[in-house]
Design a protein around this ligand. Structure first.
Ligand code: TYM
Length: 322
């Protein structure tokens, strides 16, 4: 089975990205052929400064390496190192009905937040379809917010296959979304997202992590009051970090009363800092050796290129470009 997924370098990676996607990237690289990339073409829809784009791309690349992505097992590359992606996006665009893009929740959501409704933002799902189809991906590990994009990817692939068949040009991919981490909540209880400004970054300074955790919104129940652990963002985040025994204990204290939000915030901040301690040290090693990072990037580009060329040739032949 072939695995593929991408992550935008539109800012520092946060713990929603980690639990919703990156942790699955790392687990899946063990048993499958995997391709992971930094989606910088996609990030052009929000980052408009070349130096920032380069820095974010480098940062996201080393974040993935530090978190356990192993270039000996998986192919890690930068999207724009494989410009075939944009050629395929054009071929797909010509068979994509406007109506499919008009109904996209993520487009509507971004425009509502005041992001200009540019064509790139509108056509974003077609570029994403190109990313996925270009590598004959079977399974795409993502968070819940990408489900609709995966549906469009399948629809576009089927449409192209039907228009230019009978031979199947594209393989139909499936999303891989784990229920318990499909939507990781942010500081305000909404989905953790850069565009909502409610994130905790994976590699934030420990002091910053503590400060952010203190801001997590709770009700005003006193320490001794019984509380529902299923209705608390603090608990929702704590579940991602705690071991089973510790979790049982904390949930019992929630229900019986006797645990306060202050204690929970300290526990959560400590757990986040401890979890990413090892990766933080590894990250510093990668950052100190940019030549090594550049070598991994070049090797990844080469492997990705080889896979992409095969599929693009099939698509070009099918529609008479070659
Ligand atoms: P992006 O960069 O916004 O997020 C990267 C991954 O993190 C997941 N994620 C979350 N999961 C759970 N809870 C959250 N709060 C949370 N926030 C983010 C996202 O679902 C995603 O899996 N369009 C994609 C990037 C992309 C892509 C692709 C993905 C471009 N081409 C091809 C897969 C395949 C995006 O904006 O993800």
């Amino acid at each position: 089975m072939r695995i593929l997924s991408g992550i935008q370098p539109s800012g520092a990676l946060h713990i929603g990205n980690y639990f919703g996607a990156i942790r699955q990237y790392i687990a899946l690289q063990e048993e499958h052929e995997a391709f992971y990339f930094i989606a910088n073409y996609h990030a052009l829809t929000s980052v408009r400064d070349a130096a920032t784009m380069r820095r974010n791309t480098f940062d996201a690349f080393v974040d993935l390496l530090a978190l356990g992505l192993d270039p000996a097992k998986a192919t890690l590359f930068v999207q724009s190192d494989v410009p075939e992606t944009v050629e395929l996006a054009w071929l797909l665009t010509t068979v994509t009905p406007m109506g499919w893009l008009e109904k996209c929740v993520s487009f509507k959501d971004k425009v509502q937040q005041g992001i200009p409704a540019e064509h790139g933002l509108f056509a974003y799902p077609v570029l994403m379809a190109a990313d996925i189809l270009l590598y004959d991906a079977d399974l795409v590990p993502v968070g819940q917010d990408q489900r609709q994009h995966l549906e469009i990817t399948r629809d576009v692939a089927e449409r192209f296959n039907n228009v230019y068949g009978p031979a199947e040009v594209f393989r139909l991919p499936k999303p891989y979304i784990l229920d318990n981490v499909a939507v990781v909540p942010g500081l305000d209880g909404r989905k953790m997202s850069k565009s909502y400004g409610n994130t905790i970054e994976i590699f934030d300074d420990p002091a910053v992590i503590k400060k952010k955790v203190k801001k997590i919104v709770t009700d005003s129940a006193p320490v001794e009051a019984p509380k529902d652990p299923d209705k608390c963002s603090l608990m929702a985040l704590y579940r991602l970090f705690a071991g089973a025994e510790d979790l049982d204990d904390v949930e019992r204290r929630y229900r019986e009363g006797g645990i306060g939000y202050g204690e929970m915030k300290t526990r959560l901040a400590d757990a986040i800092i401890a979890r990413f301690d090892g990766p933080r040290a590894l990250r510093a090693e990668w950052v100190a050796d940019p030549d090594r990072v550049a070598k991994v990037r070049a090797e990844g580009a080469e492997r990705a290129h080889a896979a992409a060329r095969t599929v693009l040739a099939r698509a070009r032949t099918a529609c008479g470009m070659a």
